[in-house]
Design a protein around this ligand. Structure first.
Ligand code: PLP
Length: 359
């Protein structure tokens, strides 16, 4: 079975097998990792190793804290303005699709938001304005954007220049898929359920000089300074998800890290978009430069075939291809754990389906 779900998404099969083997009796402790105290010496080793491996994988500079939080991507939609948006300031929110829009709507509860729409439709193709043309406020508290829009399949590859204003990125569906320069960001956050591990766990990477300015009403469990000072153990962290994330980081390191996986990710995306473009039966309407490497939405030119397409795909073990309810059509999410063989199988099925149903 190949699971194309946008999240929670499939984890590497090697990780699942290791977790299964260790599930009941982890390292001869007689307990499962999920039964150990988060303050036990055994779990502290797991936690520190996972953080060290993530730091290594992303080359995270020392002046950044790495937090393992609860609350998912949407938790961060609130935490970011609560921590970074003081009264009297405003924040720039770049809108490039569904998730960045939702982030801006949530932030409006906590302060002044300046929403900047950067997409355009030209000849039926969605484009993103180059970041030099974004009308950023030089006095903003921060600039928030979403480099990869999971629902819409839009990816912004170049890191925007914000001239000293802290850049905040929702990397939920792009983290660890390609190399990025962490030093260009004030804060990066990501829900784990795509490229890292089980849902619930949320990773925050924050530059230390930005800590300590939270609004007074910020819940302590969302206060980055509190979390950083307590090594993400102010309250009980999602320990089992943290352990599984650690296994995924080890898996990725064994495969040559982000640099190597990004080559495979490119190959996978090229194969799928290449076929969609050459076929008259399927279409994608994002301009090539902004097409997501991780989430590939596509539409059947005749959508009366949608239900049959999904039914037959599932019968062949190609699962969860239905597009997001906001945009319809199909979507193949092809995160790090999806092998090239999954794309080959999908393209073969799409070809066969189109041949059978083209007039
Ligand atoms: N941001 C992005 C880019 C997402 O893809 C998602 C979920 O898919 C979220 C935020 C929301 O994450 P969560 O459901 O963990 O709150």
């Amino acid at each position: 079975v190949f699971n194309f779900c946008a999240g929670p998404a499939m984890l590497p099969v090697e990780v699942m097998k290791k977790a299964q083997a260790e599930f009941v009796n982890w390292q001869d402790t007689g307990s499962s990792v999920m039964e150990l105290s988060h303050r036990s010496k055994e779990f502290l080793v797991v936690a520190a190793k996972a953080e060290a491996d993530l730091r290594d994988l992303m080359a995270i500079p020392e002046n950044y804290s790495v937090l393992f939080c609860h609350g998912g991507g949407r938790g961060q939609f609130s935490a970011v303005p609560l921590n970074f948006l003081p009264a009297g300031k405003s924040a720039d929110y770049i809108i490039s699709g569904s998730w960045s829009k939702l982030a801006a709507i949530e932030a409006e509860h906590y302060g002044q938001v300046n929403a900047i729409d950067v997409t355009d439709k030209v000849n039926g193709q969605i484009q993103v304005l180059p970041s030099e043309e974004w009308r950023l406020n030089p006095n903003a508290a921060f600039v928030h954007y979403c480099p990869n829009e999971t629902v819409d399949g839009i990816e912004i590859f170049d890191i925007p220049e914000t001239h000293g204003v802290p850049l905040v990125a929702d990397m939920s569906s792009t983290i660890l898929s390609r190399e990025i320069d962490v030093a260009k960001f004030g804060l990066i956050y990501a829900g784990a359920q795509k490229n890292i591990g089980p849902s619930g766990l949320t990773i925050v990477i924050v530059r230390n000089d930005l800590l300590g300015n939270a609004q007074l009403t910020t819940p302590a469990i969302m206060n980055y300074q509190v979390l950083a000072k307590s090594d993400s153990m102010y309250n009980t962290p999602p320990t089992y998800a943290w352990y599984l994330a650690g296994l995924v980081f080890e898996w990725l390191k064994e495969r040559g890290g982000v640099k190597e996986i990004s080559k495979i990710n490119k190959q996978k995306a090229e194969l799928l978009y290449g076929y969609i473009d050459e076929s008259a039966f399927y279409k994608n309407h994002i301009e090539a430069k902004y097409r997501s490497l991780m989430n590939v939405p596509f539409w059947l030119t005749d959508d009366s075939f949608n239900d049959e397409f999904l039914k037959q795909a599932e019968a062949q073990g190609l699962m969860a291809l239905q597009g997001h309810r906001m945009v319809g059509g199909m979507r193949a999410s092809i995160y790090n754990a999806m092998p090239l063989a999954g794309i080959t199988a999908l393209v073969a099925f799409m070809k066969e389906f189109s041949a059978k149903n083209s007039k």
